[in-house]
Design a protein around this ligand. Sequence first.
Ligand code: KE4
Length: 428
Amino acid sequence: MKARTKSDELFAEAVKYIPGGVNSPVRALRAVGGRSFFVDRAAGSHFTDIDGNDYIDYLGTWGPAIHGHAYPPIIEAVKNTAENGTSFGIPNPLEVKMAKLICDAIPSVEKVRMCNSGTEATMSAVRLARGFTGRNKIIKFAGCYHGHVDSLLVKAGSGALTFGQPTSAGVPPDFAKHTIVLPFNDIDAVRLAFAKHRDSIAGIILEPIPANSGLYLPHPGYLESLRQITKANDALLIFDEVMTGFRIGLGGAQQLYGVEPDLSCFGKIIGGGLPVGAFGGKADIMDALSPDGPVYQAGTLSGNPVAMAAGIAALEGLLDGKAYEKLEGLGAQLEEGMNKIARSSPVPFRCNRIGSMFCTYFVDRPVYSLDDAAHSDKERFGRYFRGMLEEGVYLAPSQFEAGFISTAHTEDDIEKTVAAAAKVLNSF
Ligand code: KE4
């Protein structure tokens, strides 16, 4: 690795004009004791920083880059579309194509509304659930992150958790008083909440596979029970699939677990790396949205043709399912390699993985909840992250984030990554 002198100089400049020098907190690398740096260019499974250092990238821009960076069909689509104008604020045909792609892929989604981020998608889905049911309370789970929505930034995950500020400053208690926070994977806690607040709970929002406090899976039957309980109480079930949608399969977590929510939120992959979010679900619920219904939701750039073109190219590259077979193979290779190291490592760690999403917890116990994840040795994770960085491997910069493999990764990339992990972990 060459010294990142150009990044250091530019970062000194950045902090003068941008809070913390970054446009999103986790990029500051504070959770891993690192120093942020700047990317110059990216292609496939790699990126190069402005000092010329090359890295195998497992961030994949936090999920969108399922085909790797600069995926030719996306680049082509963006170029061709942008030449005809970048935004109209008037419907364009690509919005209909995107809506049909999502509705065809996700049976529970009969109608879908595009927006510009995952945060907008979850914020709008919660407002729609409240407007449709006429109820105010929302249940979320500790450690799940749904973007920086005021009423959901309560015991959130991702950066909010990383910085140990589970409840953000600037969120008045009144904004959070309708948010009930429960432990994930504890179905009795959900039953109790409904027994106490039955007629006032509009719905439950969750990451069906929590990936913002690392990565852990729902216990068998847990999602089905949430479905039964919400149905029995006339409350809506909202799956935040901003991360898992089109990531762990064409039909997302709801297809994998066979549980149909009332509303689903999407983002990341459906934008092909451009700013996009979406929320969708049963037609009778979605029709409560303006202009047909009383629930207002809007966006200047929603359905933007260039973002639609990028997202359509990304989704079309997934339709034949071959990408997921490749991702599963690479994910299994990484997991196997990491588990082999773990068997002889003096440092206890666990690799949680599903498909092409993974997380390495520095714990000596299984991780199925935020409480389990909170036992991780964050210092060790920081040391691991920095060591891997110097080996030319970029991981998600926090113990409470998930990493991503793309179809551009190769078996050689994985082999190099496992070898780097062995070297770094054996140096602990
Ligand atoms: P955005 O507003 O960042 O597009 O999406 C918010 C969001 C909603 N739901 C889930 C499940 C998410 O994972 C996210 C955003 N994910 C984080 C990474 N864990 C984005 C990275 C960042 O904040 O810089």
